[in-house]
Design a protein around this ligand. Structure first.
Ligand code: NG1
Ligand code: ZN
Length: 545
């Protein structure tokens, strides 16, 4: 086969460092950028095979999200804009780790196993974030696609969710929207302006939002969106990449984990602010009060705001649709309690990693899913969308139902259903706050978060920790779960769990309790248990200050 010869020649330009082993994890490959050139070339090959197999356009995004600037990464996007199916992640790992001379054999094995018709055309969309390494790494992806005879379209700088959106638009022949940036901005901004019509008498202050762009791609793209928004929403963009370093002391991950303001943002008490992460698929909100205290509104608060808005609209519209909220073990206990007992919606808990949440959300008419870190979206089943469209077109219904149907229709249009999207989530949250005439403080008081703490522990092999029950309990090493249970018993309203990270070489520890001191103490004690029982390396974890 001519293409295999081409692969053989081209792969020599993207050699694999002998012995290097990497794994296609929860967010694709992610590590220091200088180890990734061969991975990118090979993911270009894999995407081309995946495209031939599915007879659809596939996406490849070059980014390491919230990781430091020095890192990079790559993830594949499946035809409907969702993450690569797990059955192909293994091929990603195989291709990544096969030594140079075995590459063709591995490739042919995949072709054979999947019975891929190599004569079929392949089409791959490629995007990248603003990291300095992204340009050459995305070129390596394009080289891989070309070597296997695939067609590619290079979108250049885009957010991760924008590329997911393009793939979905392309494979639905434009039914989901136009596969262009212009198409994306106009669909979202039109839906926003329709929703904003239902907000009464907003002052300029209420229309004003401060955005921390994490010095990344989100800052560039939210500025492009701005010109489509007219006067409905006024943005002040900080950490826009003109000076600071990507994700350094800013961005959604920093704000969520450190529970403090990002660097470089100027705010007065009560001002509404949000932070994106490095590839703009996460968002968190926050403000400071008159005493200067910081208040975070994370993915759990966002899920609560969105699901209560949708539930009210469904009631008003008289639509009987099943709505659920999907969370992970990191969801604050107060949010789960509020959703289940006050709002009375179905709550599901899945393993960490967006694909798990996405799949669970697909089981309902309307599935709202958010990780506490701010990654999430809303999925509407085809049946639910149909019922909403039908109602919106019905001329024989009263004004209240008509208005609710119209709001639901535009809510569907403002949401990027392919994946969590900071820009789309931001517009939806702004629209809900505007329609409800709600301040960020009022939103914050829906429930009070239990104080919590997240820590990391270094161990020699994090795979010694195996978990069950959506990662809420450790099965191995022996004795660890008993130790955690005993520690948790010492505190009020306490909960704690540990799990190996899928994106970093650490074990993550989470604890919550009635006070911040207790949450900190519990997290520290559990860290010591992990260090002692799971092969901790380096210095023993120190208590928090
Ligand atoms: P790991 O490193 O597996 O904890 C982190 C996030 C996930 C997800 C992935 C992908 C936490 C605790 N974990 O995974 O939720 O977003 O990164 O980016 O926030
Ligand atoms: Zn991200």
């Amino acid at each position: 086969m001519a293409h295999f010869k081409e692969v053989s020649q081209q792969s020599g330009l993207h050699p694999k460092p002998a012995g290097l082993v990497l794994q296609y994890g929860t967010a694709g490959f992610r590590t220091n950028a200088n180890q990734l050139d061969h991975i990118m070339f090979r993911m270009g090959l894999l995407a081309t095979l995946r495209s031939k197999k599915t007879k659809a356009t596939i996406g490849v995004m070059v980014t390491a999200s919230h990781n430091p600037e020095e890192d990079n990464g790559v993830k594949l996007i499946d035809p409907m804009g969702e993450m690569l199916t797990s059955s192909w992640e293994g091929y990603g790992t195989q291709l990544a780790n096969t030594e140079q001379e075995e590459l063709l054999t591995t490739l042919k094995d995949i072709v054979e196993k999947e019975a891929i018709d190599m004569s079929h055309e392949a089409n791959v969309f490629v995007g990248k974030d603003t990291r300095s390494s992204s340009a050459s790494l995305s070129q390596a992806v394009l080289d891989g696609i070309k070597a296997l005879g695939g067609h590619s379209k290079d979108y250049g700088l885009v957010t991760t969710p924008q590329l997911h959106y393009m793939v979905c638009c392309q494979n639905t022949q434009g039914k989901y929207g136009d596969a262009t940036l212009e198409g994306y901005y106009s669909k979202l901004s039109q839906a926003f302006s329709q929703l904003a019509k239902n907000a009464s008498n907003r002052t300029d202050d209420q229309k004003h939002l401060r955005v921390d762009g994490a010095n990344g791609i989100g800052a560039i793209k939210v500025r492009e969106l701005e010109s489509h928004l007219k006067k409905d929403l006024q943005l002040s963009i900080f950490n826009d990449g003109s000076r600071g370093k990507l994700n350094h002391q800013c961005g959604a991950d920093f704000v969520k984990v450190q529970q403090k303001l990002p660097i470089g943002i100027k705010i007065n008490p009560g001002d509404r602010c949000c932070s994106f992460d490095g590839d703009a698929d996460r968002i968190v909100y926050y403000y400071t009060d008159s005493k200067g205290h910081f208040h975070l509104l994370d993915g759990d608060k966002i899920a609560t705001l969105i699901s209560s808005f949708l539930k009210e609209l469904l009631n008003e519209a008289g639509l009987d649709l099943k709505i659920a909220v999907v969370q992970t073990a990191y969801a604050n206990g107060s949010s789960t309690y509020y959703l289940e007992n006050t709002m009375k919606v179905i709550v599901r808990c899945t393993k960490t990693g967006v694909k798990h949440l996405h799949h669970a959300a697909q089981e309902f008419d309307i599935g709202v899913y958010f990780e506490a870190n701010g990654h999430g979206t809303v999925l509407f089943s085809r049946g639910a969308e149909g019922k909403i469209q039908q109602l919106a077109a019905d001329t024989n219904i009263n004004d209240e139902r008509k208005k609710a149907a119209f709001l639901l229709q535009n809510t569907i249009n403002i949401i990027n259903q392919t994946v969590g999207d900071a820009i789309s989530d931001m517009l939806l949250i702004e629209a809900i706050l505007a329609i409800k005439g709600m301040t960020v403080q009022q939103w914050d008081t829906i429930y009070s978060d239990l104080p919590n703490r997240q820590l990391k522990v270094k161990v020699s092999d994090r795979r010694v920790i195996e978990t069950t029950d959506a990662e809420r309990r450790a099965v191995t090493p022996a004795g660890l779960q008993d130790a955690i249970d005993d520690l948790v018993k010492k505190y009020k309203q306490a909960r704690s769990f540990v799990r190996p990270s899928g994106t970093e070489d650490v074990v993550r520890v989470y604890a919550e309790a009635d006070t911040q001191e207790n949450a900190d103490a519990l997290a520290h004690e559990v860290s010591l248990a992990v260090y002692g029982l799971a092969g901790g390396v380096g210095d023993e974890p120190k208590p928090l200050q």
